[in-house]
Design a protein around this ligand. Structure first.
Ligand code: FRU
Length: 484
């Protein structure tokens, strides 16, 4: 295997493992000046296999340093997804002089000798900023007699009720447990049997509180990923519920299904724990792939990467509470705006071309939405390969097409169009961030996100913006390329 092949499609702005397989982000936490990203990792192969927790740290969420594997399989099983917390008040009794980190994760045991597979929750702790981990000798701390899908604990300290709360994926529901010490867990409630989408098994929950931006109202949000399925063209994806939580029961306030992302490649994402209060952000990271084809994507020596870290907020848009996502501000340092795109009119049948021969870039456009408008943005990877983003005012949709983007044959579903119907605001903003093998689009300030993998020979030679119908008026915008 040549080094070159090993590097092909390797992202510049996104975390990817040095080698072998990655899936869900785990144990996302900020502690003593470092962001920690643990991740589902098979260190023996480029396909999913016996799970470990890989580990990387960063000071700015964008440049990551991969460290040694944090958690290895043991007698209780392999290490599935989970979370991490700082045990500030030593509720566990694991710490002496200083607070440390506790990981709460699923032990997965395959079925053997006629016994079904078993998933249980366990603990590990670290007193040296996550560099070494000790498994708790009383593991597992939570198991279930009959449930086989019993995984992905996400834990936070509920300061209103003075207890730890765990959200756990339990088949087609999320079950909430509470604990004074992370060791003894008590059942609180079960949510979701007849709510939301059940196209796939429920996985990777995350529950947190938000102040709505427009109204300052307090709401709770529950993220639930739905696992691999062929029921729609979308495969595995993440939905969310907005509602209330009283320390025991979560109640949603709506009947419609709300998707976090309208692209196919944002799954199993959760938010960082212990972001300092003075920062106050809710920062999210997802796994940038889809179980429909994750094991087949055409990279060599390594496989899979994370989305860009995103700052989440809760917006009230036309009486609907919506999760807004935008890339974290730390990303700005990696870009230099070198082309202004201001007050530009492109008439029907005409187009404008920009050169972008760079390893990654950002394109931002603020566009007047006409009554009869149809336009396209083509990321021309090479002479023959392109990814296109199209807007049509009739259906009011933004669509991404990657059927000609490069390598696509590894999955039938990969080349099917992705689209989103957007609200009827007068302007349309598009922030497009393209890296070596991904295109992430944030529409109208992040009310809609569309995350997509692509496998072109080269990320982009040129970008063309063309009007297919009506006059396209761009008020404002820029093209940004890597800063030095
Ligand atoms: C989600 C998931 C989790 C599980 C992990 C196993 O992608 O299926 O439910 O813990 O991946 O790797």
């Amino acid at each position: 295997m040549t080094i070159k092949a090993f590097q092909k499609y390797r992202p510049n702005l996104h975390f990817a493992p040095k080698e072998n397989w990655l899936n869900d982000p785990n144990g996302l936490i900020y502690f003593k000046g470092e962001y920690h990203l643990f991740f589902q990792h098979n260190p023996h192969d480029t396909i999913w296999g016996p799970m470990h927790w890989g580990h990387a740290i960063s000071k700015d969420l964008i440049s990551w340093e991969e460290l040694d594997i944090a958690l290895y399989p043991d007698d209780h099983g392999t290490i599935f997804s989970g979370s991490a917390v700082v045990d500030w008040n030593n509720t566990t009794g694991f710490f002496h002089d200083e607070p440390g980190l506790v990981a709460i994760f699923t032990h997965h045991k395959d079925s053997e000798d006629g016994r079904p597979a078993k998933q249980t929750q366990s603990l590990a702790y670290s007193t040296d900023k996550g560099r070494t981990w000790f498994k708790y000798e009383g593991n597992p701390v939570l198991s279930h007699e009959t449930k086989i899908d019993f995984r992905d604990p996400k834990v936070f300290w509920d300061s209103d009720n003075n207890k730890w709360i765990m959200s756990l994926a339990t088949g087609h529901t999320i079950t909430f447990y509470s604990s004074p010490n992370l060791i003894d867990w008590k059942f609180e409630s079960e949510f979701g049997e007849d709510k939301g989408s059940h196209d796939g098994v429920w996985e990777c929950p995350d529950l947190f509180k938000f102040k709505t931006e427009e109204t300052e109202e307090e709401k709770w949000v529950l993220f639930v990923s739905i696992g691999d399925n062929g029921r729609s063209d979308m495969g595995s994806r993440t939905q969310y519920f907005v509602g209330s939580f009283d320390g025991s029961v979560f109640k949603e306030e709506h009947n419609d299904v709300r998707w976090l992302d309208y692209g196919k490649d944002n799954y199993a994402g959760v938010s960082f724990s212990d972001i300092p209060e003075e920062d106050g952000r809710r920062i999210y990271l997802g796994w940038m792939s889809n179980w429909r084809y994750a094991n087949e994507v055409p990279t060599v020596g390594w496989r899979s990467q994370m989305t860009l870290p995103r700052e989440l907020s809760l917006r009230k848009v036309r009486d609907k509470y919506i999760i807004n996502q935008k890339p974290v501000g730390e990303l700005n340092r990696y870009f230099e705006r070198n082309v202004n795109i201001k007050d530009i009119a492109i008439h029907q049948g005409e187009s404008k071309m920009y050169n972008v021969d760079e390893p990654y870039f950002e394109l931002f456009l603020e566009i007047a939405k006409g009554d009869e408008n149809q336009f396209g943005i083509s990321l021309n990877h090479t002479q023959t390969n392109r990814t296109t983003i199209e807007y049509d005012s009739k259906s009011n949709t933004v669509a991404l097409n990657r059927d000609l983007s490069g390598e696509v044959a590894f999955s039938e579903m990969f080349s099917l169009e992705q689209s989103v119907s957007i609200d009827d605001s007068a302007t349309l903003t598009l922030q497009i961030i393209a890296d070596a093998s991904s295109v992430e689009i944030f529409i109208n300030g992040g009310i809609y996100a569309m995350t997509s993998l692509v496998y072109p020979e080269k990320i982009c030679e040129t970008v063309t913006i063309s009007s297919k119908k009506g006059k396209l008026s761009i008020y404002d915008g820029y093209l940004a390329t890597p800063s030095n």
